[in-house]
Design a protein around this ligand. Structure first.
Ligand SMILES: Nc1ncnc2c1ncn2[C@@H]1O[C@H](COP(=O)(O)OP(=O)(O)OP(=O)(O)O)[C@@H](O)[C@H]1O
Ligand SMILES: [Mg+2]
Length: 268
């Protein structure tokens, strides 16, 4: 279960000091700021740590900065100040190999963003052939295995237009897993799906959590958050307003604004 993975620490080598130390942090934001312009500051002094094997849910109103936060992790958005450390590597250190680092981060968006002219299998093999240089046979084998994991082995030759929204999103998740990422980021993965299709996608994410995958998930599915997440972060106007264990955030959040937001969602 995810809890055992969450508590697992790995011994890593500190190259500079030549010492071993215990590091269970996978993602760390230190005083991160980002502005699009003078009036729009989607990230204000963000400090956040995500542990190896942890599942963190991020919620908050529209425009709070949730997507921007996720997008800074693979440098789809640059930050203005602060530091982001992924698995011990500073995202902005000139020695960091950005392509290699990005390969370790799987991202799944609200809109599935599959290539319409490629089959489910081809959508998944593309990155492993290009980035990892796998042969077609090896990439196909791996993609089929991933399709099995998301319950879609029988749809390998289907084009996105012939897949339901839930199936397309599960292919997108399989694609996100193709490079064996250390962390998966989900930006409202079910918000464009109807409830029945939502549950099939959430089940796949739940399975990943049980396998110990580190995940940051922007979602307003708080029932799902309760099942999958150790902690919830509440963002508003570019700031992290409150972070706490899932139970505390859902039952007894400290801030009135968090309580109001969560109550509104729970009573929709
Ligand atoms: N490329 C951009 N250029 C200028 N402003 C942007 C850009 N991307 C986002 N913004 C603005 O930054 C703020 C934060 O946007 P972001 O997409 O991170 O919010 P969000 O919390 O994900 O909202 P939603 O729940 O609607 O997805 C918003 O005011 C948005 O309009
Ligand atoms: Mg968003």
């Amino acid at each position: 279960m995810q809890l055992s993975a969450f508590h697992t620490t790995s011994v890593e080598k500190n190259g500079d000091a030549g010492e071993h130390f215990l590091d269970c942090t996978m993602v760390k934001f230190i005083n991160v700021n980002k502005a699009f312009n003078a009036h729009c500051k989607p990230l204000i002094n963000i400090n956040l740590e995500v542990s190896r094997g942890e599942v963190l849910v991020i919620c908050g109103p529209s425009g709070a900065g949730k997507s921007t936060l996720l997008r800074t992790i693979n440098r789809l958005e640059r930050i203005d100040s602060g530091e982001i450390i992924i698995d011990g590597k500073n995202l902005y250190d000139h020695k960091t190999d950005l392509t290699a680092l990005r390969a370790e981060i799987g991202m799944v968006f609200q809109q599935f963003n599959l290539y319409p002219h490629k089959t489910a299998l081809e959508n998944i093999t593309l990155a492993s052939r290009k980035v990892r240089g796998l042969s077609r046979t090896h990439a196909d084998e791996k993609a089929l295995h991933l399709l099995e994991r998301v319950g879609l082995a029988h749809k390998s030759t289907s084009f996105p237009v012939h897949l339901s929204g839930g199936e397309q999103q599960r292919v997108a998740i399989a694609r996100g897993l193709a490079l064996d990422p250390k962390i998966m980021l989900f930006d409202e993965p079910t918000s464009s799906l109807d409830p029945e299709l939502t549950s099939e996608v959430l089940d796949v994410i739940l399975k990943l959590a049980e396998e110990g995958m580190t995940m940051m998930i922007v979602t307003h599915e708080l029932g799902f958050a309760q099942k999958v997440a150790q902690r919830i972060v509440f963002m508003d106007s570019g700031k992290i307003m409150e972070t706490g264990t899932t139970k505390k955030m859902l039952v007894n959040p400290e801030h009135a604004r968090t309580r109001e937001f969560i109550n509104n969602i729970l009573h929709i």
